[in-house]
Structures are given as C-alpha cells and as structure tokens.
Design a protein. Structure first.
Length: 401
C-alpha cells in the first residue's frame, strides 16, 4: 500500500522577485557607507579642534604676558628718572574737555543740608580749657528723638532729646508743635564726672511759632546752679513765687505735667524740680494732711495735702524724709519734708502735683493756674553773661564755615 502524506499534496510556492528590492538594497548600502565615513572623519576632527583651541589659548596668554611686561616697564621708567636723551615726540592731540556738570540750586542746598547733619567735635578754645565742646546742626524729619538718633548714638540721642525738650517746653508743646523742617543748631559739652551732656546754646527755628528761639546757658560766679537765658538776659523758664512755691532751691525743672519724655508723650502728672537730697519742701497753701507714705514702691516717701479754699489737693513725692502726719494742720510755707530719691526715681528731685478736688482726674499745671503767681529772673552779671553768650554763638556759627 502506498503511503500518503499531507506533504504530498503541497508544493513550494514560487516567489517572484520585487522590482523595488534592488533600490532598497542600494539605499541601505549607501547609508552604511555614510555612517562609516562620518565616524572616521569625527575621529580625525576632534584632535585637530583641540589643538586649535590650545594654540589659540597660547597666543592669548602670550599677548597678555607681553602687555603686562610693557606695563611693568612703563611703570619702572616713570618711577625712575631717565639719564638718556630722548628723541622729541610729537605731542598727542589735545583731548576735548569734558562737559561741565551743572548742579542745580536745590541739589546744592541738599548737599549743604546733608553736610550740616553732622556732629562737629573739636578741641575747646583757650577760654574753655579742658572742656570737650561740640556742635550739632540738623533739620527735624519726624520726631525730635528720631532725628537725633540718625546723627547720634543711642542712648546719647535720647538724652539730648530730653535736654532739648526741657528747654523748648517753656515756649511750645514739643509733642505737638514740632514741624518737619524745623532747624536746630546747638553747642553742648560732655560732663566727664556725671557722664552727661549740657547744652550751652540752642538755636531753634520753629515753623509753628514762625520765629527763632535762642537759649544760652550761664552760671554766674559763685552761683550754686546755672540756668538758661534768652539773648536779652531774661531767664528762659518761669519760676513760682516763693510764698507759693513747694521748693525754693533747685537747679532746673526737668518735666511739666503731660510732658515730653525721651521723644514721646508720657502723660506725666506733675512738675519735677531737680534738686539735692535734703532740700526743704514747703506746703504751698494752708491745708490738712490727708495721707502720707502710700504706694511707696512708686511714690517713695510722700505727702498729700487737701486745700478746700483753693479747691485742690497737692502731692509731694520721692521725699527723703516726711515731717508731718495724717490729719495734721499746716500753714502755707511750712516745711513738710525733705527732697529725696525714693520710690520710682532715677535722680534726686521733687515731684509736685496738683489735682482738682471736684474732679480727681483733672491735673493742673502750676505755671498755668492763677493759684501760683509766676515770674522770670533777669541775669545780674550782664557783662559776664554777654561774654559767655558771644563765645558760644561764635563757636556755633564758626562750625558752619
């Protein structure tokens, strides 16, 4: 029996060659040849490119070295005098002059103002031997303290602000009446023993008052304290007449009710008299002692008097000693204690306070009430005062030149 296989009925399929197969093979061969050429050329190009770059760097380096060498030779030749006779060289054409820069008046004024906002320190002249005298000129920008702290260090700027405020408070409300652009010039000295400063002459051009204020410090020979006077010799600060004054001997008034302290409104409730410990303190009016030594942490040793006839009560704080008791009757002028530095106090002084009996929160300024007559002293040594004032004015004005 013949065997049969499925393969017997299958025959190879004849395939006809495609007309495009030759073209495809040609393109493929060309592509391979192109890639081979590209690789060969890249191997040859990279070294030659690196060599070119290296050659260029060598050329630049040589040029730099040559330039530096010439520069050094020129420096040496200019620093040492040459003994050889040089050939005449034709002068180089003159350069065109630079265009002048014009400065406007406003710019010049600003430069001048910026220069003035500098502290000038110098050796004191012969008439002030051993004293460190300085001057300061500036225009107010914001507050007094803010402006001073731009030209002085802290805490000096705050101290100077307080010193200036003690002077200006007699002519204006420093917390409200300062104006931007107010001009200030002052002479001051440093006190070596007290580590403080003292203003000797203050010139203040007020935009609010529309006038120039001038205050001169003067201490007459033999006087315990100095004080400030205007150019005419009139005392700068007001005084309470002695028969109605709580204190007869003090160096200065450092604060008023609602006063300006270190550049800010403090709501201060009384008048501070700077004085020595032990200075006698007097009752300002006939009164009954209502209480003593309350709230000693803040007030220190203190006395409160009630004055029905005047409709006020008066307070005397930071005392060193108290000479009266609660319920005691006193007459105007009686000594009720001694000045001190007790409680919340940083220096010996008397804090004198006046309040209304009808409204306990109403604080009165003794220099603005009819209950306290006031006056100003006139300098007695006019010749000495004028000489001193002229010297300080000369120092101040010469510092601007």
């Amino acid at each position: 029996m013949d065997s049969h296989s499925v393969l017997d009925y299958q025959s190879p399929v004849s395939r006809k060659s495609s007309p495009h197969s030759g073209i495809i093979m040609t393109v493929l061969a060309a592509s391979l040849m192109g890639n081979a050429y590209f690789l060969f050329e890249r191997q040859n190009w990279i070294p030659s490119d690196k060599a070119a770059v290296a050659s260029e760097q060598q050329v630049v380096s040589a040029q730099v070295q040559e330039t530096e060498s010439k520069s050094i030779d020129l420096d040496r030749s200019s620093s040492k005098p040459s003994m050889e006779k040089k050939e005449a060289v034709a002068p180089a054409p003159a350069k065109a002059p630079k265009k002048a820069v014009s400065v406007s008046a406003s710019t010049a004024q600003k430069v001048k103002e910026d220069f003035k906002v500098q502290r000038a320190s110098f050796v004191a002249p012969e008439e002030f031997p051993g004293r460190e005298i300085q001057t300061l000129h500036f225009s107010v920008k914001k507050s007094l303290t803010h402006t001073l702290c731009r030209v002085m260090s802290d805490p000096e700027c705050k101290l100077m602000s307080a010193y200036m405020s003690r002077i200006l408070m007699w002519r204006m409300d420093v917390s409200r009446h300062l104006r931007k652009g107010d001009r200030v010039s002052l002479v001051y000295e440093r006190l070596p023993d007290e580590q403080e400063m003292r203003i000797l002459r203050l010139e203040f051009e007020s935009g609010y008052l529309k006038e120039k204020l001038v205050a001169n410090y003067y201490q007459a020979p033999g006087a315990a304290h100095g004080t400030f006077y205007d150019d005419s010799g009139k005392e700068w600060a007001l005084r309470l007449k002695e028969q109605r004054s709580p204190i007869r001997h003090y160096s200065e008034i450092t604060s008023l009710p609602g006063d300006y302290r270190e550049g800010g409104f403090s709501g201060h409730s009384g008048t501070d008299f700077k004085t020595n410990v032990g200075t006698p303190i007097h009752a300002t009016f006939e009164a009954r002692v209502s209480r003593v030594n309350w709230n000693r942490g803040n007030n220190g040793m203190c006395v409160e008097l009630t004055h029905p006839a005047q409709g006020v009560r008066t307070l005397y704080l930071h005392l060193n000693k108290v000479h009266v008791k609660a319920g005691q009757y006193v007459k105007a002028g009686d000594i009720i204690g001694e000045a001190g530095n007790t409680g919340h106090s940083f220096a010996p002084h008397l804090h004198y306070e006046m309040r209304s009996l009808k409204n306990k929160n109403k604080i009165l300024n003794p220099f603005k009430t009819r209950l306290h007559p006031t006056y100003r002293k006139t300098v007695k040594d006019k010749a000495g005062f004028k000489t001193s004032a002229r010297r300080y004015a000369s120092i101040l004005h010469n510092s601007l030149s």
